[in-house]
Design a protein around this ligand. Structure first.
Ligand SMILES: Cc1cc2ncn([C@H]3O[C@H](COP(=O)(O)O)[C@@H](O)[C@H]3O)c2cc1C
Ligand SMILES: O=C(O)c1cccnc1
Length: 350
């Protein structure tokens, strides 16, 4: 039997390209370091892409959608039917990520891994339904082992399509009412922190709603026990879209495509994927710091320095889409700025 996609080798970033990119940054007509994170991002992309002219275009955005059985516990401010309705909205072009993808001229695909309210079949939506949502993770494992493998493989296929399209940057988004409960539970298990530290309002719960959500997550963690193994955590506390994101990120690294990580839920998927494949860490750039309170702990665990903090808390990949132009700027500056020698500008005094 061949190994699953998420076990394929991940090539390391190119040290020669990193060294040449670092050397070039010093020659450009600016005080060394003055472009801050735009410099380090360009150097990272050069090393990842094994290129002296890093470039993030074309950009691929894949939004993974699925429902969550834990919605039975009343943990979201919105009804479960919104997941399927939003899939239709993504395809119709009216969702935030639809607008941002158009603005970026990025390829957008929506992958439906299973909703309770069936989304109408439409162009741009890939049907990869595993089940009509996960089981209620407060009371039983969210998914079976074959379901988990199917979700990981669905993510890997999205990475394969991105590679076939020549994509040089991958953004993963998610849609799934209830998925901040799943992501918070996963973060608690992976980071060994209590739900009080990592649980927030999601789409807009009030204080009583958050207290109830914490109790539901406590129940889920009690049921789950002490197992910190990432596949066990994903299968027991995850969602189909979260597992697919983990599979997609590993699949991108396997195929040499850097990933721009979105908000809280996507970062939890990234954390699980990095625990599974530590070499993935090199391939992740972090877009923004979400308002969801658990995000900071997840970013810290990933040693991430997100580009933006815009008080966003939407998901869908929207924070990453908003940050993508910064990567374009970083590459353009790296590739196109004149050197001191070329421009006849004097360098720093001794
Ligand atoms: C209209 C609408 C569009 C969204 N787009 C992303 N989310 C975000 O909110 C959900 C998670 O929050 P919770 O765990 O509180 O349900 C996810 O679907 C996430 O992507 C949305 C939520 C709504 C209501
Ligand atoms: O940060 C996120 O990804 C997020 C936060 C709240 C709701 N949905 C997504």
């Amino acid at each position: 039997m061949t190994d699953p996609a998420w076990q394929q080798p991940i090539r390391p970033p190119s040290q020669p390209h990193r060294q040449r990119a670092l050397a070039r940054q010093v020659l450009l007509t600016k005080p060394p370091g003055s472009l801050g994170q735009l410099e380090s991002v360009a150097v990272t992309l050069a090393a990842l892409q094994h290129s002296d002219s890093p470039d993030v275009d074309p950009i691929r955005i894949a939004v993974f959608a699925a429902d969550h059985g834990v919605c039975d516990e009343g943990i979201s401010a919105f009804p479960q039917a919104v997941t399927g309705q939003m899939i239709a909205n993504f395809a119709a072009g009216g969702a935030a990520i639809s607008v941002l993808a158009r603005q970026l001229q990025a390829g957008l695909e929506v992958i439906n891994l299973g909703t309770v309210t069936p989304a109408p079949l439409s162009d741009g939506v890939i049907d990869a339904a595993i089940a009509p949502g996960t089981a209620n993770l407060a009371r039983q494992p969210a998914m079976t082992s074959p379901q988990l493998q199917a979700a990981l493989a669905t993510g890997d296929r999205a990475a394969a399509r991105a590679a076939e399209a020549g994509s040089r940057l991958f953004i993963g988004g998610e849609m799934g009412i209830g998925n901040t409960t799943s992501a918070s539970a996963m973060a608690c298990a992976l980071l060994e922190q209590p739900p009080t530290a990592l649980t927030g309002p999601g789409t807009g719960l009030d204080a009583d709603g958050v207290a109830h959500k914490i109790a539901v997550i406590e129940q889920a963690l009690q049921r789950h026990g002490q197992d910190r193994e990432p596949l066990a955590v994903l299968g027991s506390l995850g969602g189909f879209e979260i597992a697919a994101l983990a599979g997609a990120f590993i699949g991108c690294a396997v195929r040499g495509i850097p990933v721009l990580v979105d908000g809280f839920i996507v970062s939890v998927a990234a954390l699980a994927a990095v625990r599974l494949r530590p070499e993935l860490h090199d391939w992740l750039l972090f877009a923004h710091h979400s308002l969801e309170p658990g995000h900071m702990a997840v970013l810290t665990a990933l040693d991430a320095r997100p580009l933006l903090a815009l008080h966003m808390r939407l998901g869908e990949g929207s924070g990453a889409a908003v940050a993508a132009p910064l990567l374009r700027s970083a590459c353009a500056l790296h590739n196109q700025m004149a050197t001191f020698a070329d421009a006849g500008v004097s360098g720093a005094s001794e």
